[in-house]
Ligand binder design. Structure first.
Ligand code: 13P
Length: 336
């Protein structure tokens, strides 16, 4: 088995998933602002270190995606943050794109940037301890979107990124996020997400990316957040499986969903059902940002010195996600 495939399995096996803690400073400032905490370097580190040193890191979290600021910081114990993460058995990862910018030629849409100088940045991140990376492409849904231009440009960038990452000895997370915003139906989300993912794999093949050494991070198939046509969690799970069966090559070892604005419970319940109905060989797990951190950050904001209490909340959420990644979650367990 290849070294890259081993990294994927280390991150995603046995009900483990990924903690996406790679919010840019701008996004983190919004998240902290929403709970009334000042966004200082110290506060951002304190919250993140609280999560990274919690008990569930050993059992539930196989990988942590960091932001550039955090991967270079030291923990209280003087270990670097990547060392702290590795101590619990998880793999440190790093977001390497530099954000989604207006797509010239289709200004309502976005193209993700960050390829210039990427080879050199990857070398630095590898030295700092990273063994996997993330790049997020973002797509909107409407009658005419995502456009062919956006589907193609983002797939091309994701593929060029992936081959550079594998060249540097790390696993690329390929994240094509079709946003939940809008009034579209789940059927529309299914058609468009399938198209987006298919094109990503076409480009990955053209760039000779080893598919056994990647993780796909897709959205689930959901109706738009403004849609009046809600569907059941069972339907969400079945449509999501249908999409992935039609678009993801069998060589891909693991899929780790983003939560994309779902509540913690929605993201957990949907993942659980996906695993219940999973008749593929793909590992289906999580790479959640908000759906792992929301309750923890709310609790923490009331007393940022209450490390133990915050960790308890985070441990519970991570445990629930880990059970869902094995199809063993139930609503009753939430109350315990
Ligand atoms: P959410 O789970 O909050 O959507 O974040 C995942 C992520 O990493 C987005 O790029």
């Amino acid at each position: 088995m290849s070294e890259l495939n081993n990294i994927v399995l280390k991150i995603l096996s046995n009900g483990k998933g990924i903690l996406a803690a790679d919010e840019s400073t701008g996004t983190m400032t919004k998240r902290l602002g929403a709970v009334g905490v000042e966004s200082t370097t110290e506060n951002r580190l304190l919250f993140r270190e609280t999560l990274f040193s919690s008990e569930s890191m050993k059992k539930c979290i196989g990988g942590v995606i960091l932001y550039d600021e955090t991967i270079k910081q030291n923990s209280k114990s003087k270990k670097t943050i990547p060392e702290l993460i590795s101590t619990s058995g998880a793999v440190p990862g790093i977001k390497v794109d530099t954000g989604a910018k207006v797509l010239a030629g289709s200004p309502d849409e976005k193209i993700t940037e960050g390829l210039d100088g990427l080879r050199e940045r990857l070398k630095e991140y590898y030295k700092l301890g990273a063994r996997f990376t993330k790049w997020r492409g973002v797509y909107i849904i409407s009658d005419k979107y995502p456009s062919k231009l956006s589907i193609h440009s983002n797939a091309h960038a994701l593929a060029r990124y992936s081959s550079l990452v594998q060249e540097s000895g790390m696993v690329p997370i390929i994240e094509p996020e079709v946003l939940m915003d809008g009034e579209h139906s789940a059927e529309d989300c299914l058609i468009k997400t399938t198209k987006v993912i298919k094109e990503c794999f076409e480009e990955l093949n053209k760039n000779n990316v080893d598919l056994k050494g990647v993780i796909l991070k897709p959205n689930m198939i959901l109706p738009g957040s403004g849609s009046t046509k809600k569907i059941s969690n069972e339907e969400i799970a079945k449509l999501t499986l249908k999409c992935l069966k039609n678009s993801v090559p069998k060589e891909v070892p693991g899929i780790a969903f983003l939560s994309g604005g779902q509540t913690e419970i929605e993201a957990t319940e949907n993942l659980n059902l996906i695993n219940k109905y999973n008749d593929t060989n793909f590992i289906m797990s999580y790479s959640y940002g908000r759906a792992l951190q929301q309750s923890a950050i709310k609790f923490w904001s009331k007393d940022i010195k209450n490390i133990e209490g915050t960790q308890k909340i985070f441990n519970h959420r991570a445990n629930m996600c880990s059970l869902a990644a094995q199809g063993k979650w139930s609503k009753e367990l939430e109350a315990k």
